[in-house]
Design a protein around this ligand. Structure first.
Ligand SMILES: C[S@@+](CC[C@H](N)C(=O)[O-])C[C@H]1O[C@@H](n2cnc3c(N)ncnc32)[C@H](O)[C@@H]1O
Length: 451
């Protein structure tokens, strides 16, 4: 079966390209986010007020935020604990006056801990000593996350500042949702407080650009970064809390989409999602500093256990159980598998793992959707050895026979925060929307959610 036969005529997706409501979309910099007007358009096109929507790869929760504002109930799932946390905070309805009181309390308690501005200037060239770090940790009984290679990622005085901020937030006598908001603001400054380059999205690296900046004297003041992050976040949560429909429920779960139908046992009116691309963003590596600082992973063993479940990852063990599955994959997958395998078994395993996983995800979607309800998939292409892998056609093939494509759109990538080109040359200028529908009657039947 050639890829051409799978293709429907592709149309450009029309969405409003003017200024849009920022809501809580910019509380945390998340790789490969939905462009908000695109997901807003997909929600209005493929669902109705009061419907229940699912995003099983919810990432930073863009779909959930837009769904709540558009009056749709929404459920999000993501394997990444940072993603699930970010999504939860971004979709929480805050009483902004009460939240401001908690922010003031934090500010009062942080005030005596701040170093003078001049010290931050001086510290750009001269860090504290290991002895000073260790004795302060002991004196103040500070919790420091067990990040491997900690001093590669952070200056020593920054570790102290961050541990103090973390301690103060954790000890504040405020509602748990306020604490989560403050921890999200804290999470959003971790990368900028570290030695890693905040710009490349695919992973986490101390780039030569950052080394140059260090040599020139880079000021890192976590308290000032936190002030800015909070000041930026408040208008977002205010706007979301005013505009979100109060009758709507949004829930977020952490778990794998490979078993989404066992996590969630009710029917949805639409799935709107953007799965990871094969070998594009390494979410596991990308979020490791945040995962440790937020206490989502306590040990390296915790993290390694999680790593095995990321879909689209580059390194896959040849004993991975997914690779043992005997599933019928189409000729396009087989062609690409043999092509890649000629050069590298390891890379071919990673590609096959992606395809087998996505096949399993589509099988999971089937019992979750009401009869005739769409699964709307947003995806780009990825490259292998300079050649574009036709991810869109491959997904169409994998979705069969449970789903047929009912529409197929493309749109130019706008401000989606991604820069894959730096890593694997994947296409960044065009993304695709596949609208799939069941090819046969649903097991649930119309309008009868599972209990
Ligand atoms: C393209 S991103 C989604 C971004 C999201 N649309 C947004 O606006 O933020 C893909 C997501 O898939 C998640 N992911 C990877 N493997 C997963 C799995 N097995 N189950 C669920 N989510 C997974 C990643 O953590 C990442 O957040």
């Amino acid at each position: 079966m050639s890829s051409k036969r799978l293709l429907h005529p592709e149309r450009q997706l029309a969405y409003e390209s003017g200024p849009f409501d920022r809501l809580t979309h910019y509380l945390f910099r998340y790789p490969a986010k939905f462009h908000p007007p695109v997901v807003k358009t997909l929600i209005s096109e493929y669902s109705q007020r009061g419907d229940r929507l699912l995003d099983p790869f919810c990432g930073s929760g863009s779909m959930l935020v837009e769904a709540a504002v558009a009056g749709r109930h929404a459920v999000g799932l993501d394997l990444d604990p940072v993603a699930a946390f970010v999504s939860r905070v971004k979709t929480h309805l805050f009483d902004v006056h009460q939240l401001s009181a908690s922010i003031n309390l934090l500010s009062d308690q942080l005030h005596p801990l701040r170093r003078p501005d001049q010290e931050y200037l001086d510290r750009s060239f001269r860090d504290i000593t290991l002895e000073e770090l260790e004795s302060t940790i002991a004196d103040e009984d500070l919790w420091i996350p067990a990040i491997p290679n900690l001093f590669h990622w952070f200056r020593k005085y920054v570790i102290l500042d961050m541990a103090r901020v973390h301690r103060v937030i954790s000890d504040l006598q405020i509602p748990p949702s306020h604490k989560d908001f403050l921890l999200l603001c804290f999470a959003s400054i971790i990368r900028a407080s570290s030695n890693a380059d905040p710009v490349p999205v695919s992973g986490l690296e101390v780039t030569s650009h950052m080394k140059r900046k260090e040599a020139e004297g880079r000021i890192i003041n976590p308290y000032a970064l936190l002030d800015r992050s909070i000041a930026k976040a408040v208008p977002g949560v205010t706007s979301f809390s005013i505009k979100a429909d109060r009758q709507i429920t949004v829930s977020v779960h952490q778990g794998t989409a490979l078993q989404v139908s066992t996590h969630l046992r009710r029917a949805f009116d639409a799935i709107i999602t953007s799965p990871p691309y094969h070998n594009a963003v390494d979410y596991y590596r990308r979020h490791q500093l945040e995962m440790f600082w937020l206490g989502f992973t306590r040990t390296q063993a915790d993290r390694l256990a999680l790593k095995q479940e990321y879909l689209g990852r580059q390194s896959v063990s040849r004993n991975d159980p997914i690779l043992k599955q005997q599933r019928l994959l189409g000729t396009l997958v087989s062609d690409w598998d043999s092509r890649i395998r000629k050069e590298s078994d390891q890379r071919a395993n990673s590609f096959l793992h992606y395809c087998l996983s996505m096949k399993q995800v589509f099988l999971q979607f089937e019992p979750l959707l009401r009869n005739g309800s769409p699964a709307v998939i947003v995806i780009g292409n990825s490259k292998w050895n300079g050649t574009e892998i036709p991810t869109v056609e491959i997904l169409m093939e994998l979705a069969r026979p449970q789903f047929e494509i009912s529409s197929y759109f493309w749109y130019p990538v706008k401000n989606r925060y991604m820069s894959y080109t730096r890593r694997n040359g994947a296409s960044i200028d065009k993304e695709h929307v596949l609208v799939m529908r069941h090819t046969h009657a649903s097991r649930i039947g119309n309008g009868n959610p599972w209990s």
